[in-house]
Design a protein around this ligand. Structure first.
Ligand SMILES: C[S@@+](CC[C@H](N)C(=O)[O-])C[C@H]1O[C@@H](n2cnc3c(N)ncnc32)[C@H](O)[C@@H]1O
Length: 266
C-alpha cells in the first residue's frame, strides 16, 4: 500500500513503551478502520509529530485509547455515565429523563444518532437491558474510533445491552435503514451550548462535527422509529422548526426535551 501524504488528518499509534499486545492491537485498529499507522519509535515523544505526521493521533496506552492533538488529549471512560447508572440501580429506570422521555423498554433497539463519548448511549443500553441494543452513530471519525475501541476494553455495565458504534452522518445512516427498524431514535446535537460545560465536553467540541442539523434528519428518523424520536437540547426554541414537540420541563430545568412520534409501521 502506498504511504499516504503526511500530515494525515488522523493516524493511529502506540504509547512510548508499548507491549507486544498493544502493538498488535494498534495494527488491528489501523486495518479495521482503514487508518494510517504511525510506527512510533520506542520511547519517542509524540508532540513533535503533530502537524508533521498527523493532525490528530489515536494513541493506545497501557490503560486505553486517547485522542491527542495540539491542544491536549481526550479519553473515553464509563465515568461520564457512572453517576446516572448508579442512580438507576438505586431507583426506578424512569428516574432518568432520557429513559422516561424515550419510553425505553426492555428489549428495545435504540439508535443514538449523535453518540459522541457515549454517556447517553450507556444509559440507554442499561434501559434496554441485556436483550436490547443501542446503535450509536458518530459523524466525527476520531470520536467514532475512540468510542468504539474504548468500549471493547470496558466490561459491560451489569444488566446492559450492547452498544455498536457506526461512523457516519445521522441522515445518511438513517436513509439506509428500513422503515420501523428501531424503537427509538435519539439526537443530542452540537448546539452552541457552553453553559455548565465540563472539561471533557470542551475537549469533545474540538473533535466533534458542528454542521447544523435540519428537519430532514428528523423526518428520516420518524420513518425509522417505531415509537419515538427524541432530542435533547439546552435551547427549547430549536424544537418547533425541527417538527418536535417540546416536553414540559421541570422547574429550573437546564436541559430540554423535544419529541415526535415515530411513524414507522411494523
Ligand atoms: C453533544 S455531542 C453528544 C454527546 C453524547 N450524547 C454523549 O452522551 O456523549 C454531539 C455529537 O454528535 C456528533 N454529530 C454532530 N452532527 C452529527 C451528525 N449529523 N451525525 C452524527 N453525529 C453527529 C458530534 O460529532 C458529537 O460527537
Amino acid at each position: 500500500m502506498q504511504r499516504p501524504e503526511r500530515p494525515v488528518p488522523l493516524a493511529v499509534t502506540w504509547s512510548h513503551e508499548p507491549s507486544g499486545e498493544v502493538v498488535r492491537e494498534v495494527h488491528r485498529v489501523a486495518d479495521d478502520w482503514g487508518l494510517p499507522l504511525y510506527e512510533r519509535p520506542h520511547k519517542s515523544g509524540l508532540r513533535k509529530q503533530l502537524g508533521r505526521e498527523a493532525h490528530v493521533f489515536l494513541v493506545r496506552g497501557g490503560t486505553g485509547w486517547r485522542l491527542v492533538d495540539a491542544e491536549g488529549e481526550l479519553g473515553v471512560s464509563p465515568g461520564l455515565a457512572m453517576l446516572r447508572l448508579k442512580r438507576l440501580e438505586a431507583g426506578s429506570p424512569m428516574a432518568e429523563p432520557l429513559l422516561s422521555n424515550a419510553e425505553v423498554r426492555a428489549g428495545d433497539v435504540v439508535l443514538d444518532a449523535t453518540v459522541g463519548l457515549g454517556a447517553d448511549a450507556r444509559v440507554l443500553a442499561r434501559g434496554v437491558g441485556v436483550t436490547g441494543r443501542v446503535i450509536g452513530v458518530e459523524a466525527s471519525l476520531p470520536l467514532a474510533v475512540l468510542l468504539s475501541e474504548g468500549l471493547r476494553l470496558e466490561p459491560r455495565w451489569p444488566g446492559s445491552g450492547s452498544i455498536e458504534v457506526r461512523h457516519g452522518r445521522a441522515l445518511e445512516v438513517l436513509r439506509a435503514m428500513p422503515n420501523a427498524s428501531v424503537d427509538v431514535v435519539f439526537f443530542d446535537p452540537m448546539f452552541e451550548r457552553t453553559l455548565g460545560a465540563s472539561p471533557a465536553f470542551a475537549a469533545l467540541r474540538r473533535f466533534a462535527d458542528h454542521s447544523p442539523f435540519n428537519s430532514e434528519a428528523i423526518a428520516e428518523a420518524r420513518r425509522v422509529a417505531r415509537r419515538h424520536v427524541l432530542m435533547k437540547s439546552s435551547d427549547p426554541s430549536v424544537f418547533p422548526s425541527l417538527g418536535l414537540e417540546a416536553l414540559v420541563p421541570p422547574a429550573g430545568a437546564h436541559v430540554f426535551w423535544g419529541r415526535a412520534r415515530g411513524d414507522g409501521k411494523l
